[in-house]
Design a protein around this ligand. Structure first.
Ligand code: NIG
Ligand code: FE
Length: 387
């Protein structure tokens, strides 16, 4: 079926036995059950995992896209109260139901590119109730589509207007009020911080990480996106699941990631859309065997792209990844970036029964041609789904 797929772990026609939402056997044995889905010799992959999105939001930032093309930099727009804060205003005004309605078409875009698991961050609410509203809306997407959602608390995304000049007080509020409640109500599994000159500094980031640990939550970081502050090494020191963006990462930071097993989540959509020129240190990441994931970063400001295979294409064309690396980047490595390295992202006995069935002739096709529908079906949590 797949010729010339050297380097990929491709098995010839076989049977994947599923029971109780898990893969229980992979063999040539014809199953005895009548409940058989015939993949008709098509390529089956693990369901794709988009491990970094901000897909819950209201509002539209097309005007800022236009401003940037007229020469106003992203940081300047943010300083003028635009950027993340303009989405915060719109998101605060929206109800949980409205946020779900707005998110579904974006989610459908991801689903069309084979996604069965998606991480969704808060971070456009920045009050206790609005952050919780976002996290609940994210999880509720599972009631509307065949999808698994992993919500992440990103209250430390931007300084809310109520706290201007009092960033440390906002960090205390996150640590003392938001994190404990989110942990207690199990609204998120991880906590993320935007560690950047227009976000939060290293001390503030570390305080949030410590509070997250204290409440049993895992850690992720938006780090080294626009400058080299050392947020990635800090994330690694705290055994973060992933450090994301990392265009400005240096070798020390790469070595720290290698030591802690932190995944490098690459976000070529944001790099492309912001017309950045600083490339992430791919050669160093390879040299130090740091696992690389690829994600959409789907958000209204820096990456309005609801298409994961397009990110695989950009990972190859912009960052020089191979199609095989991008495939790992949306399967096993993306699973690791969410803390599911032992249960998702591979077709293995004991793993969750999340699969994608494709009308493609070679695994490199995912990174190659774009815009042609080629997903035949998905299996999500053991159940077949045609959308
Ligand atoms: O991942 N870097 C910070 N957060 C988002 C941007 C969010 C926005 O501009 O609304 C990102 O690129
Ligand atoms: Fe992001």
């Amino acid at each position: 079926m797949v010729s010339g797929a050297a380097g990929y772990t491709v098995s010839e026609p076989t049977h994947i036995h599923v029971c109780d939402r898990k893969i229980v056997k992979i063999s040539d044995e014809i199953p005895t059950t009548s409940n058989i889905y015939d993949c008709k010799n098509q390529l089956v992959t693990p369901g794709f995992i988009d491990c970094h999105t901000h897909l819950i939001y209201a509002g539209n930032r097309a005007n800022e896209f236009e401003m940037r093309l007229n020469g106003v930099p992203y940081q300047e727009i943010a300083k003028q109260g635009g950027g993340i804060l303009s989405t915060v205003r719109a998101t605060r005004e929206a109800s949980e139901e409205q946020l779900i309605e707005l998110a579904l078409p974006r989610l459908d875009g991801l689903i069309r590119t084979g996604v069965t698991s998606v991480e969704v961050k808060s971070g456009y609410g920045l009050t206790l109730s609005d952050e919780i509203k976002m996290l609940r809306a994210a999880k509720a997407l599972e009631d509307h589509r065949a999808i698994r959602v992993t919500p992440t608390l990103l209250a430390a995304h931007a300084l809310p207007p109520e706290y201007v000049g009092k960033a440390d007080d906002y960090i205390d509020f996150i640590c003392q009020e938001i994190i404990p409640l989110v942990a207690e109500e199990q609204l998120a599994t991880s906590v993320d911080v935007f560690c950047e000159s227009i976000g939060f500094n290293l001390d503030q980031t570390e305080k949030v990480f410590l509070a997250a640990h204290q409440h049993g939550l895992k850690i992720k970081g938006h780090t080294e996106q626009l400058s080299n502050l050392g947020g990635t090494a800090l994330t690694a020191r705290h055994e973060g699941l992933s450090a994301d963006h990392i265009e400005f990462l240096d070798e020390q930071g790469v070595a720290a990631m290698a030591q802690s097993g932190t995944v490098a989540t690459l976000l070529p959509g944001a790099f492309y859309f912001l017309r950045e020129t600083q490339l992430p240190p791919i050669a160093l990441l390879r040299e130090h065997s740091v696992p690389m994931a690829i994600a959409t970063d789907l958000n209204p400001g820096t990456s309005p792209f609801a298409d994961l295979t397009m990110m695989m294409n950009m990972g190859c064309t912009l960052f020089g990844l191979t199609p095989e690396e991008t495939l790992r980047g949306v399967t096993c490595n993306a699973a690791r970036a969410l803390g599911y390295g032992e249960s998702r992202g591979q077709i293995q006995v004991g793993f969750d029964a999340d699969l994608a069935i494709w009308d493609v002739s070679h695994p490199a096709d995912f990174s190659y041609q774009q815009g042609v529908p080629r997903l035949s079906a998905r299996l999500v949590n053991g159940k077949i789904s045609y959308v």
